[in-house]
Design a binder for this molecule. Structure first.
Ligand code: HEM
Length: 154
């Protein structure tokens, strides 16, 4: 028996097809919206790359370099690793921060409000370089700004 594709059958098939495409799209969008900041930043490798650049920038920044004088390469790598863990954990990633609390780590360094501003600006520049979306940048920067009272001493 021959099955003919009549205009009405074709129309119904197109309606079903469009419905499937639209609903599958909105599911994907829902999944994206419920993804953690860690996922939306690009996961561990992306956070590690941003941290490497951030630390390099802090160390070479004329007004901040004094804070890192006397650290061996190994000590700098430990700081780097702890920052990666910290950001990974605080953005919902599968890491556990194994360092001391942030206040203890920065106690006595005498970091000023101005120096904090320079570091925050450096981080923003790096996020721009890696083309991190505005929403993700704002979320990360607001998460990090909660550390300000523990880091800034004058
Ligand atoms: C003006 C800004 C900052 C400066 C100058 C600075 C400087 C430093 C220095 C010198 C240390 C080493 C302390 C030590 O081992 O005795 C350190 C440790 C640390 N910093 Fe910062 N910091 C700044 C901002 C931040 C921010 C925004 C974060 C958050 C992501 C952060 C996360 C950490 C962590 C997790 C450690 C611990 C590393 C470890 O356990 O060895 N710092 N910081």
């Amino acid at each position: 028996m021959e099955t003919k594709i009549t205009p009405i059958k074709f129309f119904i098939a197109m309606v079903i097809f469009c419905f499937c495409v639209i609903t599958s799209g909105s599911n994907a969008q829902e999944k994206m919206q419920s993804a953690t900041l860690y996922n939306r930043l690009g996961g561990y490798d992306a956070i590690a790359a941003v941290t490497d650049d951030f630390l390099m920038k802090l160390i070479s920044e004329p007004s901040l370099t004094k804070f890192f004088v006397g650290f061996s390469e190994d000590s700098k790598m430990r700081i780097r690793q702890h920052i990666v863990e910290f950001i990974c954990q605080s953005t919902g990633g599968p890491c556990y921060y194994t360092g001391k609390d942030i206040k203890t780590m920065h106690k006595g360094l005498g970091i000023s409000e101005i120096e904090w501003g320079i570091a925050a600006n450096d981080l923003k520049e790096i996020l721009d370089k890696y083309k991190v979306g505005k929403e993700e940048q704002d979320e990360l920067l607001s998460e990090i700004s909660t550390l300000k009272p523990d880091i800034v001493e004058k």
